[in-house]
Design a protein. Structure first.
Length: 237
């Protein structure tokens, strides 16, 4: 009986590989048609009356006006706000939704929805060819995306793209801990603190992304070929 069960698990694992492959194929093919894009992260629990929800809408509208598509996790809260702002501005609003037993439900504002079963496949799509990460206040999932992006840049596994933390009051304690613990114990170098910046103003957030791609010196190996947007001004409504 034990041998039969072991064989059953092996068969299931084998077929799981094909599902994983299908998620990568769909993600690559769909995002390959999107063009220059920026990923926005933040809590799924953020309420619509929150100042951060409204701010995410404004930032997404500004990114669209600056020539970028907007990518989120496709759920509620900050993700919904960013998809809403992008869609209402007439832009491409991508939602990389993850199948979860609770919390995560696809929002109606993603006009390019993609569904994932596996977190790791979804995370690859966030980073692939992204021209920037904008991190709003969030929980463990948001921190996971933030730290992975910083790790990929720090280790040179991806091009150096701008990482903007939104909300100085929210991130202040986190940055103090990085300086007082990580840096003090020499677990990171002083220059690693330059891998991210903190902003509160929506226009400054959009400009922080857009300016990096006007200055080709920002890239270690040059910007992605053919991916630079034409800036029509980063006016934020």
């Amino acid at each position: 009986m034990e041998n039969v069960m072991d064989e059953d698990f092996r068969v299931k694992d084998t077929w799981r590989v094909f599902r994983i492959m299908s998620e990568f194929v769909e993600g690559y093919e769909t995002l390959g048609k999107v063009g220059p894009r920026v990923s926005i992260f933040g809590s799924a629990r953020t309420k619509r009356r929150s100042k951060y929800y409204r701010l995410a809408e404004r930032v997404a509208r500004g990114l669209v006006k600056a020539g970028f598509a907007v990518v989120t996790g496709g759920g509620s809260g900050i993700m919904e706000a960013a998809n809403k702002g992008a869609a209402e501005a007439g832009g491409i609003s991508v939602g990389l939704n993850i199948e979860l037993p609770h919390e995560q439900r696809p929002n109606p504002y993603a006009n390019v929805p993609i569904s994932f079963h596996y977190f790791f496949a979804r995370k690859v799509m966030f980073v692939k060819d992204s021209l920037g990460f904008i991190i709003f206040p969030g929980g463990f999932g948001t921190m996971d995306e933030l730290m992975e992006s910083l790790t990929l840049i720090q280790t040179g596994r991806t091009q150096q793209f701008p990482v903007v933390l939104v909300g100085s009051s929210y991130w202040r304690g986190f940055v103090q801990w990085i300086k007082g613990a990580m840096l003090k114990e020499k677990c990171i170098s002083p220059r690693d603190l330059d891998l991210f910046r903190i902003k509160d103003d929506p226009k400054e957030i959009v400009d922080a992304i857009a300016r990096c791609y006007e200055d080709r010196r920002f890239f270690r190996t040059g910007p992605p070929s053919g991916s630079l947007p034409r800036r029509g001004g980063a006016r934020v409504m």
